[in-house]
Design a protein around this ligand. Structure first.
Ligand code: PSV
Ligand code: MN
Length: 426
């Protein structure tokens, strides 16, 4: 299903009046406070987040999976789904592929399809956490860190293949997330595993095109439950530094132990020019992969405060690869992604309202109360009319969820694809 401009205009009709009233009121209030509202709106329109191909179908847990029907079962259909999200929200202008789940059979056709829907190819993800059919070596005991040279070589070659596939599509980054680690004390030699990983990453790095980045993702536990080789941002940063200037740390919000101060991690990485990518999701306990902003919206806002500060002050840090990394068990995946995109934009808009000069002055005076007032003043502002305006000005829906439902998108997808469909991926 392709959503065209006419569909969106139709679904917007009943909402214009309420939107205009809300926007005019907010814009006036913000202008009185000295904000440049049209600049904020255009920043929101520019902000694009990649959709991971594996989030377009229902996820599941190790206890089971419940389908949503009409799921995309090939790469063409996945790109169509991202096109639907982008038409409605105007903020999902990229897709992040996972290899081997998404190897194109016809590169030209895939590129044409993505172009027509204004979708770019963002970072490509390698997969050495599962054994592939007919693979010679097994990753049961790790991949890039494995004690066996043959296994490490297979995993290195896979990453080089992924770069090659991404290159043909126009991607500019490789994301490496390793499941490598151990389940029991004594199973691994920590130093050997880390050194093997470093050496393997250097071999992959050598195959990186000049204008590419390598993004090294960390995670404290799961699927291994005693140790993970790249457990935290420190390990990731050491490995990235060991590879070179084109290697960066990637922060996934769900990959932290409870109560970690993620905003501080983000700030320091930007200061060092080493924050390369960012995966959005939300969680209550671990890597829960829940809808962005559904559990800890204030934490997300505080992270965006640091990201905005970094984007404005840290020219040593490159533009980030933004991606949603979520999984959906009880919601329609596309509705879940729309909610995530909206939560990201909301946190970004609120962070843009923070008066950075006033905050700096209050910090210099150690006026702790004032600092909190400034942050929470921005956080408490209902910025949704700004998001509506940003979408409207680029041809999107005033309310993407309402439009998605009134256009009966899921119903159409089921009609086209049937009920018995399973999206490849996690
Ligand atoms: C595993 O936790 C994970 O969510 C990583 O973040 C990767 O980005 C993703 O799966 C797919 O490989
Ligand atoms: Mn991730």
């Amino acid at each position: 299903m392709i959503i065209n401009n006419e569909h969106i205009q139709d679904s917007n009709k009943s909402k214009h009046k309420e939107h205009s009233e809300g926007f005019d009121y907010l814009a006036n209030r913000l202008a009185q406070k000295g904000h440049d509202v049209s600049k904020i709106v255009s920043k929101l329109s520019e902000f694009q987040v990649a959709i991971p191909s594996w989030a377009l179908g229902a996820g599941g847990t190790r206890f089971g999976r419940f389908s949503f029907y009409g799921e995309p079962s090939n790469l063409e259909q996945k790109i169509e789904d991202v096109g639907i999200l982008h038409s409605l929200t105007q903020t999902a202008g990229a897709v992040s592929l996972h290899i081997p789940w998404d190897i194109p059979s016809d590169y030209k056709a895939i590129k044409e399809k993505a172009d027509a829907l204004h979708i770019k190819f963002d970072a490509v993800n390698s997969n050495t956490f599962q054994d592939q059919k007919d693979a010679k070596e097994t990753y049961k005991y790790g991949s890039l860190s494995n004690t066996s040279k043959a296994v490490r070589e297979q995993a290195i070659q896979h990453n080089l293949d992924v770069i090659n596939i991404g290159d043909k599509l126009g991607s500019k980054a490789l994301t490496v997330w390793l499941a490598d680690g151990s389940c029991f004390p004594g199973q691994n030699n920590f130093q050997t595993a880390f050194q093997n990983t470093q050496d393997s990453l250097i071999d992959i790095y050598k195959g990186l095109p000049d204008d590419w980045k390598m993004l090294v993702e960390y995670k404290p536990y799961e699927p291994n439950f005693y140790s993970t080789v790249i457990q935290d941002w420190g390990a990731s940063l050491m490995l990235a530094n060991g590879c070179g200037d084109k290697a960066y740390t990637l922060v996934d919000l769900g990959h932290h132990l409870p109560n970690s101060n993620i905003e501080q991690i983000v700030a320091i990485l930007q200061l060092k020019g080493k924050l390369g990518g960012f995966h959005f999701n939300d969680s209550k306990y671990g890597d829960d992969d829940l809808t962005v902003g559904s559990i800890k919206p204030y934490a997300l806002f505080l992270i965006f405060n640091e990201l905005v500060y970094g984007m404005q002050n840290n020219s040593q840090n490159p533009d980030l690869a933004w991606m949603i990394d979520a999984s959906h068990n009880v919601k329609d995946p596309l509705e879940d992604l729309i909610q995530s995109l909206e939560a990201i934009q909301e946190a970004y808009a609120k962070a843009l309202l923070i008066d950075q000069d006033a905050l700096k002055a209050a910090q210099a005076n150690n006026d702790v109360v004032k600092c909190q007032e400034i942050l929470q003043g921005a956080y408490r502002t209902d910025v949704r009319p700004l998001l509506e305006k940003a979408r409207l000005s680029t041809g999107g829906a005033i309310s993407p969820i309402d439009s998605y439902r009134s256009l009966n998108v899921r119903g159409q997808l089921i009609k086209e694809r049937g009920k018995n469909t399973i999206a490849t991926g996690l």
